[in-house]
Design a protein around this ligand. Structure first.
Ligand code: B12
Ligand code: SF4
Length: 476
């Protein structure tokens, strides 16, 4: 069969560099017996993307279409945007070219709201729940008997039905993501940010943070991939496409640590000339491990303590204390020339003025300890389905127990953040402070650090995500 796999259009071209659609490259590798092509509308200007898609359909003449719905919204209170609303217009454009074509949906955003999306977009014939490497080829082989395939949303007698759970695929057995030029043009993803190309070393997360949907999407057991295979993949990307930077997309890279260590040691042994970004957990992190990361090519290490105080850390079930944060900052000070980011939330269960102030000043402490290369981003928790924070929000009357948490638009999205009424004054304080930080303090800090970098004769890199400047060496 001819299968056209399409990435969701983000609906905006500002500040968003198109990421390599990693989920689709894995699906394409699972569909080796079919003729597959990946189309990414985000590579084209917004005004012409749908025409490009129609052209692609006319040229390739697919028998079936798959759409990846990765993001529903920004999950960011200070930049509220609903991405999902571009999906229906894309489906209608597809149907305009071929009204009979079957369309399947998949992706993490889809899986978080599978039944709702199937109901909202009746043109979707099928939905692939969770990881699709096994279920997608099985479905294509059983299009006349889809009910026999587990892990599928489908329609029967005008109702949406689910065919039942299936085990998540064994990650070590899944082939390397498909990157053949007739499937996807990797040259489009060699941009200046390390966030564009993702490399996955494991699936699943052993931790259980109160707000997080990752374990619902990829399981609470970790499924590791062979370390040699991973380094082979990185080396192949470097040699084949000239990849200079990438990001490890794992939930946390250093859990379990032995696996991460083997990958880094192998990268060093092979002397790979590449830079990367990575998320690490603070528990068990050592100066020696940070050094190893740097030696292997890490230019940005992000931590998600998520809370600045013991009260918040315990409410979020992080398994961390304020001391762990301090220790990590102290260790990071000794590892020079590398960006260190800390993700934080304010407005956590039970927060008072002291907790809020401690949260607001932590990014400054980080900046002072790691001048020009340390950053802390503060946001509010977006309440996602099937998470512990959702149960707390229901108990506290913040949302109703029937709330499907699917945002219709930006106004609707606003109420889905954990901002309890009892903390309204604290949140006003935080909003004012964060607004001032965005408009005044951050641009000033960026200016100062860039000037310092210039005086010191070093290159500086400004990170859009963490909003800070680092002195790391950047490749041309
Ligand atoms: C790594 C990551 C990032 C990295 C991506 C780096 C890169 N180059 O790939 C960075 C930091 C850049 C990032 C950014 C963002 N992210 Co992010 N990200 C993730 C994370 C942790 C892993 C994604 C991943 O790589 N998975 C590995 C691949 C192989 O899996 P997959 O894509 O899910 O694909 C599988 C299945 O979904 C399915 N599938 C996928 N598509 C299709 C299509 C078809 C047809 C079929 C059949 C099957 C199928 O099969 C695939 C193989 O098994 C997820 C959490 C998660 N567990 O999904 C969040 C997540 C997807 N991100 C999220 C968000 C919000 C964002 C941002 C919008 C944040 C922001 N405000 O800027 C941006 C958007 C960027 C963009 N352009 O898309 C949210 C989305 C939730 C929501 N409510 O919308 C998630 C779910 C995290 C969360 N908060 O819960 N992200
Ligand atoms: S926040 Fe990170 S460490 Fe915590 S459960 Fe989610 S993916 Fe795992």
């Amino acid at each position: 069969m001819k299968v056209l796999l399409i990435q969701q259009d983000m609906g905006t071209r500002e500040a968003q560099v198109p990421n390599l659609p990693i989920g689709l490259t894995y699906i394409a590798s699972a569909l080796k017996n079919h003729q597959v092509k990946i189309f990414d509308p985000n590579l084209y200007p917004l005004s012409s993307a749908m025409d490009e898609l129609k052209n692609e359909m006319q040229k390739f003449k697919p028998d079936i279409i798959g759409i990846s719905i990765r993001n529903i919204d920004t999950t960011n209170f200070r930049n509220k945007h609903v991405y999902f609303n571009t999906v229906k217009p894309m489906v209608l454009a597809i149907k305009e070219i071929n009204p009979e074509i079957k369309i399947l949906a998949g992706g993490s955003g889809f899986s978080m709201f599978a039944e709702i999306i199937m109901k909202k977009i009746p043109e979707f014939d099928f939905g692939i729940f969770l990881e699709g490497e096994k279920s997608t080829p099985e479905l294509l082989a059983n299009l006349n008997n889809p009910e026999n395939v587990k892990g599928i949303f489908m329609r029967k007698n005008n109702q949406v039905i689910y065919t039942g759970d299936r085990p998540l695929p064994e990650f070590s057995e899944i082939p390397m993501p498909e990157t053949a030029t007739e499937v996807i043009d990797m040259k489009n993803y060699l941009g200046p940010s390390y966030n564009i190309i993702g490399i996955q070393t494991k699936r699943g997360c052993l931790l259980n943070c109160a707000y997080c949907s990752y374990p619902n999407l990829n399981g609470r057991q970790v499924r590791l991939r062979d370390t040699k295979d991973i380094v082979d993949q990185i080396e192949y990307f470097i040699n084949q496409f000239g990849m200079e930077r990438f990001v490890f997309v794992d939930s946390v890279f250093n859990v379990p640590e032995g696996h991460a260590r083997k990958i880094l040691e192998e990268m060093i042994r092979r002397n790979l000339d590449v830079q990367f970004g990575v998320w690490c957990h603070m528990k068990g992190i050592t100066e020696e491990f940070l050094e190893l990361l740097k030696k292997a090519g890490a230019v940005q290490i992000d931590f998600s303590p998520d809370a600045a105080t013991n009260k918040g850390l315990s409410a979020l079930k992080k398994g961390l204390t304020e001391q762990d944060i301090k220790n990590t900052i102290n260790m990071a000070r000794k590892i020079k020339g590398i960006g260190i980011g800390f993700g934080l939330f304010t407005s956590l269960p039970g927060y008072n003025l002291t907790d809020t102030i401690k949260t607001l000043i932590l990014p400054f402490k980080i900046q002072l300890s790691l001048p020009g290369r340390g950053g802390g981003g503060i946001s509010y928790i977006k309440i996602e389905p099937d998470t512990h924070i959702r149960d707390i929000a229901v108990k506290e009357g913040l949302i109703s127990k029937d709330d499907d948490l699917f945002p219709k638009d930006e106004n609707d999205l606003a109420r889905m953040f954990y901002r309890p009424y009892s903390q309204r004054y604290l949140n006003m304080l935080a909003d004012g402070f964060l607004g001032m930080f965005e408009r005044v303090l951050k641009p000033t800090a960026v200016f100062v650090f860039r000037t310092l970098a210039r005086i010191k004769g070093k290159k500086s890199a400004y990170d859009q995500k963490t909003g800070f400047v680092s002195f790391q060496k950047t490749k041309k």
